[in-house]
Design a protein around this ligand. Structure first.
Ligand SMILES: Cc1cc2nc3c(=O)[nH]c(=O)nc-3n(C[C@H](O)[C@H](O)[C@H](O)COP(=O)(O)O)c2cc1C
Ligand code: SF4
Length: 467
């Protein structure tokens, strides 16, 4: 039998994954307002593990409450969160699937900031350009505090028995705000040259290595090209050559893999690539109107048909000539040619033969898939059974994305379901109670100092790591 590249194991320095398919990060409002996790998220992640992916890269996991982008995301901001992440990791591991936590900080890109912190932190004090989210420029003590928060998050992920961490240094969040020449306007040693703009990210990589050692998987998600001028008068930001340098520096500081994405904001016309449903966003964007100074303007552009061509031009002009499947494949290939650690690529993957060809040609070592797996949780099993693409494929309509700020996470493409009721039933499956989660009550005042007692053999390992 000829080798099927998709089902060849992938060996990183510190982690082995059974095949080349990673569930890419998919955020949804699964959890509790305070950042504690719940069963819905466990049910959600387990779907993909059962469906055959080799590893799951979690959704955006804030390392501090200020760093979250929407409430109801499980955080990793204190030791009291460790038992939840352990329960989640255990549930995923039952399916021979690995679980990598995406350590994240939103900076100024806060869709619905929540009640705890009015101000977002950023590299700059300029508002985020698409929605007008306000922010203040971080002081150096605030930068150092945030570096320590990332290291503590990695330590907690390891203590929870997870298989690795990913730094979310793509798509416009805090790391991008430092990295991007289109955003970072600092004049201290964290701004100016590429080396200075990369300082914060590299300090975090170093701090994580110092905290968790060199035998724990650490990957970095980077946007290969910023294309920061979605709002036409913004600067274009970093180009591929900049990101190649950053990827090389990450590797030399101890990163085990690079996960290649694109775009200096989220969403971006090229991420996730595909359509833009005005009908959907007109019913969900109201949840964000008070978050940014330009959000009411946007709401009018989405809501009124006569105004829609303006936003359509802004959004669709950047997609010209680019495919959906493998939208950043050539950029991944260029980065892979310059680093020796494995490279993952995200953006539109859904066809087995296309992924196989990318692997065989050396463009990437694995693919990270979000929407095609949201649509068909068992996509990998379908590929294994010989199908090239699913019978009811993801249409790249992006309705899942545009529902995310307000509604449950899942596929909203009515055309894929026999009826609307069937679609709602499928969306609601993640709320079914299962016996996986049995956590002790979380104390109201949480801090690194008041970690909950841990049970069994993990106690010794965790308390050693907690030092
Ligand atoms: C609803 C939704 C939520 C997402 N949340 C995250 C996230 O939390 N972190 C992240 O890095 N990317 C996130 N992404 C981007 C995906 O991980 C992925 O990189 C992107 O959608 C392109 O891959 P795809 O074409 O397979 O969907 C999200 C995408 C979608 C559609
Ligand atoms: S709503 Fe469904 S079909 Fe549309 S992009 Fe999301 S997963 Fe794909």
């Amino acid at each position: 039998m000829p080798v099927d590249e998709i089902f060849e194991p992938l060996a990183f320095r510190n982690l082995s994954v059974k095949n080349r398919v990673f569930r890419s990060n998919v955020s949804g409002r699964f959890d509790n307002y305070d950042g504690s996790g719940n069963q819905a998220r466990i049910n959600w992640e387990t779907k993909f593990a059962r469906g055959g992916v080799g590893a799951i890269v979690s959704s955006f996991v804030p390392v501090t409450i200020r760093g979250r982008i929407v409430p109801n995301y499980a955080t990793v901001d204190c030791d009291a969160r460790i038992p939840f992440w352990r329960a989640l990791g255990n549930a995923v591991h039952e399916h021979d699937c690995r679980f990598i936590m995406q350590l994240s900080h939103g900076g100024r890109q806060r869709d619905i900031p929540g009640i705890e912190f009015e101000q977002g932190w950023s590299a700059t004090e300029r508002d985020e350009p698409l929605h007008g989210f306000p922010c203040v420029a971080m002081t150096q003590p605030q930068i150092h505090e945030t570096v320590a928060a990332f290291a503590a998050g990695a330590r907690r992920a390891r203590a929870a028995g997870l298989d690795g961490v990913e730094l979310h240094a793509a798509n416009g969040y805090l790391f991008t705000q430092f990295l991007s020449s289109g955003i970072n306007d600092r004049t201290d040693e964290y701004g100016g040259s590429l080396q200075n703009r990369a300082r914060f990210l590299l300090e975090v990589v170093r701090a994580i290595r110092a905290r968790v050692g060199h035998d724990f998987h650490l990957q970095v998600k980077l946007s290969a090209v910023d294309r920061n001028n979605v709002i036409p008068w913004e600067k274009k930001g970093n180009v591929l050559a900049d990101t190649i340098e950053v990827a090389k520096w990450c590797e030399s500081e101890g990163a085990d893999a690079i996960h290649v994405s694109t775009g200096s904001l989220f969403p971006h016309p090229l991420n996730p690539p595909g359509d833009f449903s005005f009908e959907t966003i007109a019913t969900t964007y109201d949840a964000m109107i008070s978050s940014g100074v330009d959000a009411f303007r946007n709401f009018l552009l989405f809501r009124y048909r006569l105004l829609r061509p303006i936003f359509r031009w802004v959004w669709f002009r950047m997609k010209k000539g680019l495919p959906i499947e493998g939208v950043s494949l050539e950029e991944a290939r260029a980065i892979k040619a310059n680093v020796s650690v494995p490279v993952l690529n995200t953006g539109g993957y859904q066809t087995a033969s296309f992924v196989r060809a990318g692997l065989a040609s050396g463009a990437f070592d694995g693919v990270a898939i979000a929407r095609s797996l949201v649509a068909n949780n068992d996509l990998v099993r379908q590929w294994a059974s010989g199908r090239d693409s699913p019978e009811r494929p993801c249409t790249y309509c992006n309705k899942c994305l545009l529902n995310a700020p307000k509604n449950p996470m899942g596929c909203y493409e009515l055309a894929r379901f026999p009826s609307r009721d069937a679609m709602i039933d499928e969306l609601m499956t993640i709320y079914a109670t299962r016996p996986t989660l049995n956590l002790p009550p979380v104390p109201l005042a949480q801090s690194a100092a008041n970690a909950l007692p841990q049970r069994g053999s993990q106690l010794a390992a965790q308390s050693a790591l907690a030092q």
